[in-house]
Design a protein. Sequence first.
Length: 51
Amino acid sequence: MKRFDFGIGLGIGFEILQSWSIGMNYDLGFVLVVDGGGKHRALLLSVGYKF
């Protein structure tokens, strides 16, 4: 297993009713972190409330 990775991240977010926010991000690694294949991938969902 390799210790370091680099990649790209994409995201989008929206603010709803001036108090709520939602977002979605996707991260894709470029380095094979495990011998035999396997790249870092992550899908992140977020919900927030401003008070």
